[in-house]
Design a protein around this ligand. Structure first.
Ligand code: P6P
Length: 352
């Protein structure tokens, strides 16, 4: 029986590699590069290296329970959060996959307080990589989907070495953004400004295959909201009224919404991207700037969302127009179907 199964797997793998309609992520990146006459290949190199890191992290995430990578290191990161071993591992995998490419001048990671320089022995390049190595880490040891988020900017200062100034650019300057979702399957979703494309990892051949070409947020959207309602008492009056409306409790709500909240941004955003609706992480009386990070959570997701026809703001200002002042700064986030995000902004306008 096993040999029959193995044979069928082998034929599937062979079929996948020979079927001309099967587009690997590598092929897609090369074809996108061909559409850019000015491309030097450095940008494709970054994306291909991220792909390698994603495969390695996926392998570890999917066997963490077995090799005891669960549980904390006992350390805390710059966010004051308990560092999970996989967080540290993921940051190391990404850094090592990128540091020798010659494409980057520096990197920024959620797990590191300062920017990460490129080792002296390696050439430096004209891009900056900003990433959250393993978002949703609190879900690691309960086997809930987690993810990697990345953002790519061009270097804007003189000299070889990357500086903080190269990292503190508005989201609208991103040249690419994407995430890897380690869920029931491992998916990589990215945009380089030419639409949003999703790739699903086929572990039997170790390739990300194009599964969602030109992703667009559904319109009309599913009426779904995603928020941690435990913080209701800490929200502004406008936010509380918005929630009353979404629940149909204000007498005006003609359409009832359903609620979904995983507590892992990549998973909650991915569902919002595929189904429509709104994900919200508001400011509140304890966190006046919200919890999520602008550079490596909100801005990359906002680029993806807008490229898929959606909208992303801090409740008033477009996320991609915000000018960062610090690499770990936080922002409130309202992201998803344009009409629903716009409606949320209308309710929040009463707070101004
Ligand atoms: P809360 C995970 O820790 C994270 O940074 C995001 O992935 C997620 O959206 C958010 O925090 C969840 O925060 O306060 O609801 O636990």
């Amino acid at each position: 029986m096993f040999w029959r199964w193995a044979g069928s797997q082998q034929s599937k793998s062979h079929e996948a590699m020979t079927n001309s309609s099967v587009v690997t992520l590598e092929r897609h990146i090369v074809e996108e590069e061909r559409n850019r006459p000015e491309a030097t290949g450095a940008f494709s190199n970054i994306l291909l290296s991220i792909t390698l890191a994603a495969k390695i992290i996926s392998r570890e995430v999917n066997k963490a329970g077995i090799v005891d990578l669960l549980g904390g290191t006992g350390d805390t990161n710059v966010q004051g959060e308990r560092v999970q071993k996989l967080d540290l591992y993921a940051q190391d995998v990404i850094y090592r996959a990128m540091d020798h490419t010659g494409a980057l001048c520096c990197m920024v990671s959620e797990e590191s307080e300062d920017i990460l320089p490129i080792p002296e022995q390696f050439p430096k390049g004209k891009y900056v990589l900003i990433f959250d190595p393993l978002d949703g880490s609190s879900n690691i040891d309960v086997n809930v989907s987690i993810g990697t988020i990345f953002s790519v900017h061009r270097k804007i200062t003189d000299g070889e070495d990357g500086t903080v100034e190269d990292c503190l650019q508005a989201g609208c300057k991103q040249v690419a953004a994407g995430y890897v979702l380690y869920g029931s399957s491992t998916m990589l979703v990215y945009t380089s400004g030419q639409g949003v494309h999703g790739f699903t990892l086929d572990p039997s051949i170790g390739e990300f295959l194009l599964s969602h070409r030109d992703l667009v947020i559904p319109d009309p959207p599913s009426r779904m909201y995603s928020i941690n309602e435990a913080y209701y008492p800490r929200w502004s009056r406008g936010q509380q009224r918005l929630m009353q409306h979404l629940k149909g409790l204000d007498g005006e709500g003609t359409v009832s919404y359903s609620s979904r909240y995983i507590g892992s941004l990549v998973a909650d955003f991915h569902r919002t991207l595929l189904k429509g609706g709104i994900f919200m992480y508001p400011a509140d009386s304890k966190s006046p700037h919200g919890k999520l990070r602008l550079l490596y959570e909100a801005a990359p997701m906002a680029m993806i969302c807008e490229q898929a026809g959606g909208r992303a703001s801090d409740g008033g200002t477009r996320i991609l127009d915000l000018i960062p002042e610090a690499i770990h700064q936080r922002t409130p986030l309202y992201i998803g179907s344009s009409e629903i995000v716009a409606m949320a902004e209308d309710f929040l306008a009463e707070d101004v």
